[in-house]
Write a protein that binds this ligand. Sequence first.
Ligand code: GLA
Length: 384
Amino acid sequence: MRFLISLSFALILCVAAPLLVGAVPAARVDKHAFGKTADGLSVDAYTLTNKNGARVKIITYGARVVSIEVADRGGKLGDVALGYDDLPAYEKDPSYLGPIVGRYGNRIAKGRFTLDGQTYTLAQNNNGNHLHGGLRGFDKVVWTGKGSVIGGAARLKLTYLSKDREEGYPGNLSVTVIYTWTNRDELKIEYSAQTDKPTVLNLTNHAYFNLAGAGVGDILKHEMRINALRFTPTNETSIPTGELRSVKGTPLDFTSATPIGSRIEAKYEQLISGSGYDHNFVLNKPLGELGLAAEVYESTSGRVLRVYTTEPGVQFYSGNFLSGAIGKQGLAYPRRSGFCLETQHFPDSPNKPEFPTTVLRSGGRYTQTTIYQFSVRRGQYRER
Ligand code: GLA
């Protein structure tokens, strides 16, 4: 009898084991049509799923991150990136929800710069300055996508060729962005670019996060830490003055974790002119090395976001100009319902020779790596 029981147990194991092995989730990439632009171009969506079942969705229009679904401290998935449900909403988007921004993230004063003795004129699309690449920046073009699973991780390679004089910039610029969604819930973004004429370049990603969930209230209680001792103060049109100012004694001191909202209304001239936080922080790490830029914690969900980058700066923008547009699932995104951590070179570097250079020459190669790493904190302990 005992023999029979053991035998049937062994049989059950033989049948069930392969099923169990087969059930181990593997990373994967799924592609589907997202729609057609007003110009009739087809846009695809790629969903990158990792072993944990966490998901990131990216569309080829603007290389935009549409959603990031990660677990809270109870293991429940929630979407922490602001976005829209359909393409027409993205085509109208005034807030840059989720895209790759280029050719120049943030502002160039008066839309003008001189390189090798030649002056170039760009669109003045923001109070007389050039912002985020102009009227039709990289956020508004259709990229070519290719999904794959490499080394067990889901990834999406996106390419775009920006023609000589596009939006006024010199050089044919070929750009590659690789999004990898790792099995450690990290969204790794690797940028590279080459040009056939000297030009300037400053790429970034403009995802808005709300770690409690997109469309679930404001971000004012999120605790922010930024690895920066200095920032670049700006004039009344948000152009850096050239000063690198110490954060000490100012409401821009995030050297230890501080709720975003605790000083946002302080009568500090930089916060008044920026309508809140909209500043470039000078990262306290060697230029070009991958290092910590910021860490954000949201206590109700337990979610933590850490940002690592090779860039010298990060623009911390507290969503001051979000104005209640309707996003995914009919949820509204009012003022300060999302924040951005845009890793970058400093704004207006083409006109500030004292800032780290943004010049790219032919034969040279632009590279940048940024990682948005998600985890949860349980009580005193941190996951991972
Ligand atoms: C950046 C700018 C802001 C604003 C947002 C998008 O963060 O610095 O001033 O333009 O992008 O609305």
